[in-house]
Design a binder for this molecule. Sequence first.
Ligand code: DP6
Length: 321
Amino acid sequence: MSEVTAIAHPNFALIKYWGKEDTISNKPAMSSISLTVDSLISTTNISINKGSAENIWMLNEKEQNDLARINPVLKYLNNISKNNNGCIIKSENNFPTSAGLASSASGIASLVIAYDQLFKLDMQFDQLVEASMIGSGSAPRSLLSGFVILNVEDQVTSQTILEPEEWPLSIIICITDEKEKIISSREGMEISRNTSPLYQSWLDSNKKDIQIAKSAIIEKNFRRLGEVAERNCYLMHEVMRTSSPKISYMTESTNKCIKEINTIRDDGTDLFFTIDAGPQVKIICKPDDKDLIKTNFSNKPYVTKIVEANIGLGARVIYEG
Ligand code: DP6
């Protein structure tokens, strides 16, 4: 086999990771729960750079000069495969890169799955988790389908809590700005860990939020899940805001979206939102309500694009040649 292509979807955290325990293994300091998002796709093709130890990474058809994110992952994988050659990696995203839509999670998860298949490693799931985590702390969640927990107490483990068909919710993404973020999550979370006076209480609240969200998912309790997800999201953005320098991913457009969501909710429709390291607003709702919500946002000047999604599958190989 000379090349393999794999795909993975980004995932949106409902209980978030913001802060690392260890910057080498990239282990998150807290557990997280996410949804895998089907219509956003990262596609990664991998082949061997025969006769050269150099890794080459093309992202959206542009050769990348900075391989700091993927080289440590490849080093970990090469150790297992005993490969001494470099790899040629061609990745593409069908959505804006580095704009708070979790492109690194899906990019890394698709890379790890493609590599595993190219070298016929048949890696244990825990090893796939470890390899993905080196590239991005949220990437192990994109290996799996549905509602996913990444538990970092003691050993890092990841599991699907519910499969997409067990609780088929809809996701509506309000894109407000497609520009790449100025402060990466990686830099931002180190700043917060070192400077935010709220960081410790953020850490302390994680166990409880995980427990509430996990049981709300198992019980399919939409309101309870929405309440804890919004609270957790607000607290993460407070941690960012109280960091020094202040980190702010939410914009005026983001706030206008939140206001509109609250109005829709007050009018009797169940929905909730989450926001990550970017200004986009991700709305979670029941499938029957998605058209009404989309209509509400379709004529808003502060929303440049609306993307619809369902809860998706985990990373998988789509081509071997
Ligand atoms: C706000 O996983 O992108 O989206 O581990 O440095 O790659 P690195 O960070 P990353 O951070 C995700 C931050 C977040 C919350 C989340 O997805 O849990």
